[in-house]
Design a binder for this molecule. Structure first.
Ligand SMILES: NCc1ccc(-c2ccco2)nc1
Length: 328
C-alpha cells in the first residue's frame, strides 16, 4: 500500500498545510504535518467559541465511528511557545487514499493565541516518533506508526516547495521527484525526533568547513536554526547584515541576493539558495529582510526546518532509521 497528499505553503512558507479527513461521514480539516512532534490534535467543538477564529473544527458527536478514549487527556507546548490541550477520541482518519480506522484524534479544548490567530490551520499531525506523544495515561500511536506496517516501505517523503504546492508521500520513493543521488544519514530517534548530525557547512562558493551540527529534520519549524558560530560566519559575508534584538534575529538588506548556504549530509551536500535565505521583509519599504537562517540558542540542538527542507526531497525512513536528502 502507498499514498500521496498535496501540501501547500502559507504566506512566506511560514507553514505547510495538508488536508485530512476524520470520522464518518468524513469531516475535512487542513492541518500542519509536523515531523518535530507526535500528537495528532485538531480544533474541536469542545473549545470555547472565543478561541476559534475561522478554523474548521472536528465534531466527534457528528461522527458515527468516534469513540471517546475514556480518561485520556493530552497537553503540548511547542518550541515557539504555542500550546494546546484536550481529550482524546478514536476515529477513522484518511490521508490521501490511506485510512487508519482506529486513529487517536486529540480534540482540543484549549489552544494558545498563536493557533487562534492562525485561521487556516485546523491542527497538527505529528510525524515524529510515538515515544513523545503526550496522551496520558497511555501514549497513542501517530498516523504513520499505525499505517507503516501496511506500507510497501516503512517510510514517508516530504517534498516541500518555495511558494508552490508540494507533497507528502507514504510508502514509496518517487524517482521523478528528485535528481542525482539521495544522501543517506543515520537517524538518532532517542529523543523522539528525526535526529541527525551534519558534518559541516560552506558559505557561498567558499571552502567546506568541518563543523558537526546535531539537529532534527522538522517540517513544523519555519526556519533553519543553527549554532551561533555557524550563523555569524554566514552573515559575516553579507554587507550590512546585523543581529537585530528588536526583530529577534539577523536582518540584512533584501538586495543583493545573499550567498548560498551549504550543509553536509554524510558525504553529500544540501544547498540553500541565497534567494531562499531572505525569509521576509521586515519593513514596508522592503529594504531589510529577516534571515531564514537564525541561531539555535537555548534549544539544545539545531533545527533543520522548512528553509532547509524546501530545497530538497527528503526521505524519512523509519524502516532503515535513516534520513535521505536529494536535490530536485
Ligand atoms: N513545531 C510545531 C509547531 C507547529 C505550528 C505551530 C503554530 C503556532 C501557531 C500556528 O502554528 N507551532 C508549533
Amino acid at each position: 500500500d502507498f499514498g500521496s497528499v498535496s501540501t501547500d505553503p502559507e504566506k512566506h512558507d511560514v507553514e505547510y498545510l495538508t488536508p485530512i479527513s476524520i470520522g464518518t461521514p468524513p469531516q475535512d480539516l487542513i492541518v500542519d504535518f509536523d515531523t518535530g512532534s507526535s500528537d495528532l490534535w485538531v480544533f474541536s467543538t469542545e473549545m470555547a467559541a472565543s478561541d476559534i477564529k475561522g478554523q474548521t473544527v472536528y465534531d466527534p458527536s457528528n461522527s458515527s465511528t468516534s469513540q471517546i478514549l475514556q480518561g485520556s487527556t493530552w497537553e503540548i507546548t511547542y518550541g515557539d511557545g504555542s500550546s494546546s490541550s484536550g481529550d482524546v477520541y478514536i476515529d477513522t482518519v484518511t490521508i490521501g487514499n490511506l485510512t487508519v480506522p482506529n486513529q487517536a484524534v486529540e480534540a482540543a479544548k484549549k489552544v494558545s493565541s498563536e493557533f487562534t490567530e492562525d485561521p487556516n490551520n485546523d491542527g497538527l499531525l505529528g510525524l515524529g516518533f510515538t515515544s513523545i506523544n503526550t496522551v496520558q495515561p497511555t501514549p497513542q500511536n501517530t498516523f504513520f506508526d499505525n499505517i507503516k506496517e501496511s506500507l510497501d516501505a516503512r517510510l514517508f517523503t516530504a517534498d516541500l516547495k518555495h511558494g508552490a504546492p508540494g507533497s507528502y508521500n507514504f510508502g514509496y520513493i518517487d524517482p521523478a521527484a528528485y535528481i542525482g543521488n539521495i544522501s543517506w544519514t543515520p537517524v538518532d530517534n532517542s529523543q523522539g525526533f528525526w535526529g541527525f548530525t551534519s558534518p559541516g557547512y560552506a558559505v557561498g562558493t567558499g571552502a567546506f568547513r568541518n563543523h558537526s551540527m546535531t539537529g532534527i529534520a522538522d517540517t513544523g519549524t519555519t526556519l533553519l536554526l543553527l549554532p551561533k558560530s555557524v550563523v555569524s560566519a554566514y552573515y559575516k559575508e553579507i554587507q550590512g547584515a546585523e543581529y537585530d534584538s528588536d526583530q529577534g534575529g539577523y536582518v540584512f538588506p533584501c538586495s543583493p541576493t545573499p550567498p548560498d548556504f551549504v550543509f553536509g549530509v554524510n558525504n553529500g551536500i544540501v544547498t540553500v539558495p541565497g534567494d531562499m535565505v531572505s525569509y521576509a521583509p521586515v519593513d514596508t519599504a522592503n529594504q531589510n529582510c529577516f534571515g531564514g537562517i537564525q541561531r539555535d540558542t537555548g534549544i539544545g540542538f539545531s533545527i533543520f526546518g522548512d528553509v532547509a527542507l524546501k530545497t530538497s526531497f527528503v526521505v524519512f525512513d523509519a524502516g532503515g532509521l535513516q534520513l535521505g536528502w536529494a536535490a530536485k
